[in-house]
Ligand binder design. Structure first.
Ligand code: HEC
Ligand code: HEC
Length: 201
Protein backbone atom coordinates (compact mmCIF):
# COMPACT_ATOMS: atom_id res chain seq x y z
CA UNK A 1 0.00 0.00 0.00
CA UNK A 2 1.52 3.33 -0.98
CA UNK A 3 1.94 5.93 1.73
CA UNK A 4 -0.48 8.23 -0.05
CA UNK A 5 -3.11 5.51 -0.32
CA UNK A 6 -2.68 4.60 3.36
CA UNK A 7 -3.09 8.26 4.32
CA UNK A 8 -6.27 8.51 2.22
CA UNK A 9 -7.71 5.36 3.83
CA UNK A 10 -6.91 6.69 7.30
CA UNK A 11 -8.54 10.01 6.44
CA UNK A 12 -11.63 8.22 5.14
CA UNK A 13 -11.89 6.08 8.27
CA UNK A 14 -11.46 9.23 10.37
CA UNK A 15 -14.25 10.97 8.45
CA UNK A 16 -16.49 7.94 8.71
CA UNK A 17 -15.96 7.62 12.47
CA UNK A 18 -16.54 11.35 12.93
CA UNK A 19 -19.56 11.17 10.68
CA UNK A 20 -21.03 8.30 12.69
CA UNK A 21 -20.49 10.05 16.00
CA UNK A 22 -21.99 13.39 14.99
CA UNK A 23 -25.47 12.15 13.98
CA UNK A 24 -25.61 10.03 17.15
CA UNK A 25 -25.28 13.15 19.30
CA UNK A 26 -27.72 15.06 17.11
CA UNK A 27 -30.17 12.15 17.30
CA UNK A 28 -30.08 12.24 21.13
CA UNK A 29 -30.88 15.97 21.17
CA UNK A 30 -33.59 15.48 18.55
CA UNK A 31 -35.17 12.69 20.64
CA UNK A 32 -35.16 14.83 23.79
CA UNK A 33 -36.42 17.81 21.84
CA UNK A 34 -39.58 15.93 20.85
CA UNK A 35 -40.90 16.49 24.36
CA UNK A 36 -40.47 20.23 23.81
CA UNK A 37 -42.20 20.23 20.43
CA UNK A 38 -45.53 19.45 22.10
CA UNK A 39 -45.69 23.07 23.28
CA UNK A 40 -42.93 25.01 21.48
CA UNK A 41 -44.01 23.48 18.16
CA UNK A 42 -42.42 20.90 15.85
CA UNK A 43 -42.11 23.71 13.27
CA UNK A 44 -40.86 26.34 15.73
CA UNK A 45 -44.30 27.90 16.19
CA UNK A 46 -45.61 27.55 19.75
CA UNK A 47 -49.09 26.09 20.18
CA UNK A 48 -50.22 29.13 22.20
CA UNK A 49 -49.28 32.82 22.41
CA UNK A 50 -48.36 32.34 26.09
CA UNK A 51 -45.45 30.06 25.06
CA UNK A 52 -42.27 31.68 23.69
CA UNK A 53 -40.55 30.88 20.40
CA UNK A 54 -37.27 29.09 21.16
CA UNK A 55 -36.15 28.26 17.59
CA UNK A 56 -33.32 30.62 16.61
CA UNK A 57 -33.18 32.32 20.05
CA UNK A 58 -29.68 33.10 21.44
CA UNK A 59 -28.12 29.83 22.67
CA UNK A 60 -26.52 31.43 25.75
CA UNK A 61 -29.93 32.83 26.71
CA UNK A 62 -31.75 29.51 26.13
CA UNK A 63 -29.19 27.72 28.29
CA UNK A 64 -29.43 30.33 31.06
CA UNK A 65 -33.23 30.03 31.17
CA UNK A 66 -33.12 26.20 31.19
CA UNK A 67 -30.51 26.39 33.94
CA UNK A 68 -32.69 28.84 35.91
CA UNK A 69 -35.85 26.70 35.54
CA UNK A 70 -33.73 23.74 36.70
CA UNK A 71 -32.33 25.58 39.74
CA UNK A 72 -35.59 27.37 40.58
CA UNK A 73 -34.15 30.86 39.93
CA UNK A 74 -36.89 31.31 37.31
CA UNK A 75 -40.23 29.99 38.52
CA UNK A 76 -42.55 28.19 36.13
CA UNK A 77 -45.00 25.47 37.17
CA UNK A 78 -44.78 24.16 33.60
CA UNK A 79 -41.08 24.35 32.71
CA UNK A 80 -39.53 23.59 36.12
CA UNK A 81 -40.79 19.97 36.43
CA UNK A 82 -39.99 19.33 32.76
CA UNK A 83 -36.28 20.16 33.09
CA UNK A 84 -35.79 19.05 36.68
CA UNK A 85 -34.39 15.64 35.77
CA UNK A 86 -32.40 16.73 32.71
CA UNK A 87 -28.65 17.19 33.35
CA UNK A 88 -27.08 20.61 32.77
CA UNK A 89 -24.98 19.08 29.97
CA UNK A 90 -28.11 17.86 28.21
CA UNK A 91 -29.78 21.24 28.75
CA UNK A 92 -26.81 22.91 27.04
CA UNK A 93 -27.13 20.47 24.13
CA UNK A 94 -30.86 21.28 23.90
CA UNK A 95 -30.11 25.03 23.98
CA UNK A 96 -27.61 24.66 21.13
CA UNK A 97 -30.03 22.44 19.22
CA UNK A 98 -32.87 24.97 19.30
CA UNK A 99 -30.60 28.01 18.80
CA UNK A 100 -29.28 26.45 15.57
CA UNK A 101 -32.78 26.33 14.04
CA UNK A 102 -34.18 29.20 11.97
CA UNK A 103 -36.49 31.70 13.71
CA UNK A 104 -39.98 31.02 12.32
CA UNK A 105 -41.57 33.88 10.39
CA UNK A 106 -45.13 34.70 9.40
CA UNK A 107 -44.33 33.24 5.99
CA UNK A 108 -44.01 29.84 7.61
CA UNK A 109 -46.98 30.27 9.96
CA UNK A 110 -50.13 28.35 9.08
CA UNK A 111 -53.32 30.43 9.37
CA UNK A 112 -54.32 31.04 12.97
CA UNK A 113 -50.85 30.43 14.45
CA UNK A 114 -48.77 33.21 16.00
CA UNK A 115 -45.30 33.94 14.62
CA UNK A 116 -42.90 36.80 14.21
CA UNK A 117 -43.57 38.49 10.90
CA UNK A 118 -39.95 39.21 9.97
CA UNK A 119 -36.46 39.54 11.36
CA UNK A 120 -36.74 42.98 12.90
CA UNK A 121 -37.18 45.65 10.25
CA UNK A 122 -37.12 49.42 10.61
CA UNK A 123 -40.85 50.01 11.31
CA UNK A 124 -40.98 53.24 13.34
CA UNK A 125 -42.33 52.77 16.89
CA UNK A 126 -45.44 54.68 18.02
CA UNK A 127 -44.51 58.16 19.34
CA UNK A 128 -45.47 57.45 22.97
CA UNK A 129 -42.88 54.67 23.33
CA UNK A 130 -40.21 55.82 20.84
CA UNK A 131 -37.91 57.37 23.48
CA UNK A 132 -38.59 54.65 26.04
CA UNK A 133 -37.34 51.79 23.86
CA UNK A 134 -34.06 53.50 22.93
CA UNK A 135 -32.31 52.25 26.06
CA UNK A 136 -33.40 48.62 25.45
CA UNK A 137 -31.31 48.54 22.28
CA UNK A 138 -28.03 48.61 24.22
CA UNK A 139 -28.68 45.03 25.29
CA UNK A 140 -31.36 43.65 22.94
CA UNK A 141 -29.63 45.12 19.83
CA UNK A 142 -30.92 47.96 17.65
CA UNK A 143 -33.29 45.68 15.71
CA UNK A 144 -34.25 43.65 18.85
CA UNK A 145 -32.99 40.41 17.30
CA UNK A 146 -30.80 39.79 20.35
CA UNK A 147 -27.12 39.17 20.98
CA UNK A 148 -24.97 39.38 24.09
CA UNK A 149 -26.29 40.01 26.67
CA UNK A 150 -29.97 40.29 25.72
CA UNK A 151 -32.32 37.71 24.18
CA UNK A 152 -34.21 38.27 20.95
CA UNK A 153 -37.50 40.10 21.49
CA UNK A 154 -38.51 40.83 17.86
CA UNK A 155 -41.37 38.58 16.80
CA UNK A 156 -42.19 37.00 20.18
CA UNK A 157 -45.94 37.21 20.83
CA UNK A 158 -47.27 40.38 22.48
CA UNK A 159 -48.95 38.23 25.16
CA UNK A 160 -45.71 36.49 26.13
CA UNK A 161 -43.61 39.70 26.04
CA UNK A 162 -46.11 41.63 28.16
CA UNK A 163 -46.39 38.78 30.67
CA UNK A 164 -42.60 38.73 31.18
CA UNK A 165 -42.31 42.53 31.39
CA UNK A 166 -45.06 42.60 34.05
CA UNK A 167 -43.44 39.65 35.85
CA UNK A 168 -40.11 41.52 36.11
CA UNK A 169 -41.95 44.65 37.31
CA UNK A 170 -44.05 42.92 39.97
CA UNK A 171 -41.18 40.78 41.26
CA UNK A 172 -42.41 37.37 40.11
CA UNK A 173 -39.51 36.95 37.63
CA UNK A 174 -36.30 37.62 39.52
CA UNK A 175 -33.57 35.92 37.48
CA UNK A 176 -31.99 39.18 36.28
CA UNK A 177 -30.77 42.15 38.32
CA UNK A 178 -31.40 44.95 35.80
CA UNK A 179 -34.71 44.10 34.13
CA UNK A 180 -37.01 44.61 37.17
CA UNK A 181 -35.90 48.26 37.59
CA UNK A 182 -36.23 48.99 33.88
CA UNK A 183 -39.75 47.52 33.84
CA UNK A 184 -40.90 49.33 36.99
CA UNK A 185 -39.86 52.61 35.31
CA UNK A 186 -42.57 51.98 32.68
CA UNK A 187 -46.34 52.15 33.16
CA UNK A 188 -48.46 49.06 32.50
CA UNK A 189 -49.79 50.64 29.32
CA UNK A 190 -46.22 51.50 28.15
CA UNK A 191 -45.30 47.85 28.64
CA UNK A 192 -48.34 46.67 26.68
CA UNK A 193 -47.56 49.13 23.85
CA UNK A 194 -43.88 48.08 23.74
CA UNK A 195 -44.85 44.38 23.72
CA UNK A 196 -47.24 45.00 20.82
CA UNK A 197 -44.59 46.92 18.87
CA UNK A 198 -41.87 44.29 19.43
CA UNK A 199 -44.19 41.45 18.43
CA UNK A 200 -44.69 43.11 15.05
CA UNK A 201 -40.97 43.32 14.20
C1 HEC B 1 -46.33 21.80 28.45
C2 HEC B 1 -45.80 22.84 27.59
C3 HEC B 1 -44.28 22.99 27.47
C4 HEC B 1 -43.35 22.01 27.18
C5 HEC B 1 -43.58 20.53 26.93
C6 HEC B 1 -42.05 22.69 27.14
N1 HEC B 1 -42.21 24.03 27.38
FE1 HEC B 1 -40.71 25.43 27.46
N2 HEC B 1 -42.07 26.85 28.01
C7 HEC B 1 -43.42 26.64 28.20
C8 HEC B 1 -44.02 27.85 28.76
C9 HEC B 1 -45.50 28.05 29.10
C10 HEC B 1 -42.97 28.78 28.91
C11 HEC B 1 -43.08 30.21 29.50
C12 HEC B 1 -42.84 30.12 30.98
C13 HEC B 1 -43.07 31.45 31.67
O1 HEC B 1 -44.15 32.01 31.48
O2 HEC B 1 -42.16 31.91 32.38
C14 HEC B 1 -41.76 28.13 28.43
C15 HEC B 1 -40.50 28.73 28.40
C16 HEC B 1 -39.36 28.14 27.90
C17 HEC B 1 -38.08 28.80 27.75
C18 HEC B 1 -37.78 30.27 28.07
C19 HEC B 1 -37.79 31.06 26.77
C20 HEC B 1 -37.74 32.55 26.93
O3 HEC B 1 -37.90 33.26 25.92
O4 HEC B 1 -37.54 33.03 28.04
C21 HEC B 1 -37.21 27.88 27.25
C22 HEC B 1 -35.74 28.08 26.93
C23 HEC B 1 -37.93 26.64 27.08
N3 HEC B 1 -39.25 26.83 27.48
C24 HEC B 1 -37.38 25.46 26.57
C25 HEC B 1 -38.05 24.24 26.56
C26 HEC B 1 -37.42 22.97 26.26
C27 HEC B 1 -35.95 22.81 25.86
C28 HEC B 1 -38.38 21.99 26.38
C29 HEC B 1 -38.22 20.50 26.24
C30 HEC B 1 -37.27 19.87 27.19
C31 HEC B 1 -39.62 22.67 26.75
N4 HEC B 1 -39.38 24.02 26.85
C32 HEC B 1 -40.85 22.04 26.92
C33 HEC B 1 -44.11 25.48 27.90
C34 HEC B 1 -43.56 24.26 27.61
C1 HEC C 1 -28.67 46.22 30.60
C2 HEC C 1 -29.18 45.38 29.53
C3 HEC C 1 -30.66 45.38 29.24
C4 HEC C 1 -31.48 46.46 28.98
C5 HEC C 1 -31.09 47.93 28.90
C6 HEC C 1 -32.81 45.91 28.75
N1 HEC C 1 -32.79 44.55 28.85
FE1 HEC C 1 -34.37 43.28 28.67
N2 HEC C 1 -33.20 41.72 29.18
C7 HEC C 1 -31.84 41.78 29.39
C8 HEC C 1 -31.35 40.46 29.74
C9 HEC C 1 -29.90 40.09 30.04
C10 HEC C 1 -32.48 39.60 29.73
C11 HEC C 1 -32.50 38.10 30.08
C12 HEC C 1 -32.77 37.98 31.56
C13 HEC C 1 -32.59 36.56 32.05
O1 HEC C 1 -31.45 36.19 32.33
O2 HEC C 1 -33.57 35.83 32.10
C14 HEC C 1 -33.63 40.42 29.37
C15 HEC C 1 -34.93 39.93 29.23
C16 HEC C 1 -35.98 40.66 28.71
C17 HEC C 1 -37.28 40.12 28.39
C18 HEC C 1 -37.71 38.67 28.54
C19 HEC C 1 -37.54 37.93 27.22
C20 HEC C 1 -38.00 36.49 27.27
O3 HEC C 1 -37.85 35.81 26.23
O4 HEC C 1 -38.53 36.03 28.29
C21 HEC C 1 -38.03 41.16 27.89
C22 HEC C 1 -39.45 41.07 27.41
C23 HEC C 1 -37.19 42.34 27.91
N3 HEC C 1 -35.95 42.01 28.41
C24 HEC C 1 -37.59 43.60 27.49
C25 HEC C 1 -36.81 44.75 27.60
C26 HEC C 1 -37.28 46.08 27.25
C27 HEC C 1 -38.63 46.39 26.65
C28 HEC C 1 -36.26 46.95 27.55
C29 HEC C 1 -36.24 48.45 27.44
C30 HEC C 1 -37.35 49.18 28.06
C31 HEC C 1 -35.14 46.15 28.06
N4 HEC C 1 -35.52 44.84 28.08
C32 HEC C 1 -33.92 46.67 28.46
C33 HEC C 1 -31.04 42.90 29.33
C34 HEC C 1 -31.50 44.19 29.16
Amino acid sequence: MSKRYAAAVCAAIGLLAGGLRAPAVAADAAAQAQACDACHGGDGLPISATIPIIWGQQSSYLYKELHDFHSGDRKSPIMAPLVHDISLDDLRTLANYFAAKAWPTSNTAPAGRVAGPSSGDATPPPAEIADKIEMCKACHQPNFTGGDPGPRLAGLSAEYLASQMHAFADGTRTNNLDMPGFMRALTVSDREAIAKYLSGL
